[in-house]
Every structure is written in structure tokens, then in C-alpha cells.
Design a protein around this ligand. Structure first.
Ligand code: AMP
Length: 222
């Protein structure tokens, strides 16, 4: 009998950051790899949308920024991210959408040092902005599960139509603003992590499965 190999036993502790513009597919890839290898997928966007939905004080503070396509304040996101990492016991996770500013990256590094831990790699999703706009304007999400769909490539199930929504920050004016903010506030992290020899570029404009295969290859995942 051929013994089944459990991928979880092969992959040791990995602390990853997925960096890239909105619409680069980092969230979808993070979700898939997290499920397959038993990582925790820590998305500050998902956490913030949860806070908004629950009407918490953090959610109320963050709502106006998120829906307008701006970044939530650094100090708000910092607490959410650090709590999520602590809950994971610093072991195996993908940070998706955190950090997004140099200040957040400095805090993350200080926080990880204090936990005697460090980042394994930062995967940089490279894609041009025209493709991003086209992807985001066709993106829909399930309002209960948070699953992403794409009108042409991955149409949402018709029987769930009442739950399928366009994110307010995927409206064209908000998309343009988010891309500008990405260039101004998040793109500097490419140099930040490159200078620390942590940056691993991945071409994110290919098909979903090509991008998954490339991430597996660069991370030596089985
Ligand atoms: P995402 O789901 O990653 O696209 O995030 C959705 C929105 O949540 C972003 O456009 C920001 O408004 C907010 N957000 C998520 N992560 C961060 C972060 N690290 N810093 C500031 N704002 C964030």
C-alpha cells in the first residue's frame, strides 16, 4: 500500500507576507494555500469587514476609510494583526494585506522580534494596473462566507444570488483611489523587504493555477 503523505507534516513553520496591489489575487491564493497546507490565513481586510459587520467601535472607525478606498489607520490595523498572529502562536500563517505601510512593516518586525520569531519570505505579486482594474471591476463576494468570485472566470452560483455583492471599495472610483494609495503607501515595501533579502517576486498575471504553481515552486512546497 502506498502511504499517503500529509503535506502538513512536511511544511515546517512558515511566516509569510503576501504583498501586492488590490486585485493581484493574493487573497485567493492565500486562502487556497492556507487550506491546503494548514496555515492560518490572516487577512486584515477580512478582519476589518468582520468588525464593520459586527458594528464594533473598531468597525465604526474603519468603515469610512475602507468604503472610500483609503487605508484604515495604522494603529487600528496593528492591534488586529498582532492579536491574530498571537492567536496563531507565531507558527504557520500567511499575512494577506498586512503590512501595507512602512510604519506597519516596522511594527511587524518589532512585534515578531519580541515574539522571538521572524518572517520567512515576502511574496510580491507583480501585475500591471490595467489588469488589476479589469479584475476588480468584475469581482463579487459572498456576503456571508467572504468567498471571492469573478464574473467571467469564476461566476458566483446562481442559487446564492441574493448573497452576492460588489464590495463598496470595488466601485470604479474607489478602485482608482486604492491603486494610487498602493503606489504611494504600499509599494515602498518592495524596497523595504528587498533590502532585507526577504522579497520573492511572483508573476501574478498568469492563470490562477500557474500562479499557485509558481508560489509552490518558490517556497519549495510539496
Ligand atoms: P483587502 O480585503 O485586503 O483588499 O482590504 C480591504 C480594505 O481594508 C483596504 O482597502 C483598506 O481600507 C483596509 N485594510 C486592509 N488591510 C489594511 C492595512 N494593513 N492597513 C490599512 N488598511 C487596511
Amino acid at each position: 500500500m502506498v502511504e499517503q503523505t500529509n503535506p502538513n507534516s512536511i511544511v515546517g513553520n512558515l511566516q509569510l507576507v503576501f504583498l501586492g496591489p488590490p486585485g493581484s489575487g493574493k487573497g485567493t491564493q492565500a486562502r487556497l494555500l492556507a487550506a491546503e497546507y494548514g496555515f492560518r490565513h490572516i487577512s486584515t481586510g477580512v478582519i476589518l469587514r468582520g468588525e464593520i459587520k459586527a458594528g464594533t467601535p473598531i468597525g465604526r472607525e474603519a468603515k469610512k476609510y475602507i468604503e472610500g478606498g483609503r487605508l484604515a489607520p495604522d494603529h487600528v490595523v496593528r492591534i488586529l494583526a498582532e492579536n491574530a498572529i498571537k492567536a496563531e502562536n507565531n507558527k504557520r500563517y500567511i499575512l494577506d494585506g498586512y503590512p501595507r505601510t512602512v510604519q506597519q512593516a516596522i511594527w511587524l518586525s518589532e512585534f515578531m522580534n519580541s515574539q522571538k520569531s521572524s518572517l520567512t519570505a515576502v511574496i510580491n505579486f507583480e501585475i500591471n494596473s490595467e489588469e488589476v482594474v479589469s479584475r476588480l471591476s468584475q469581482r463579487r463576494i459572498h456576503s456571508v462566507t467572504g468567498e471571492n468570485f469573478h464574473l467571467s472566470n469564476k461566476p458566483p452560483p446562481e442559487e446564492q444570488a441574493e448573497f452576492i455583492i460588489t464590495r463598496p471599495d470595488d466601485q470604479p472610483s474607489a478602485i482608482r483611489k486604492r491603486l494610487k494609495i498602493y503606489d504611494q503607501q504600499t509599494r515602498p515595501l518592495v524596497d523595504f523587504y528587498s533590502s532585507k533579502n526577504l522579497l520573492v517576486p511572483v508573476s501574478a498575471s498568469g492563470s490562477f493555477s500557474d500562479v499557485t504553481a509558481e508560489i509552490r515552486r518558490v517556497l519549495h512546497l510539496p
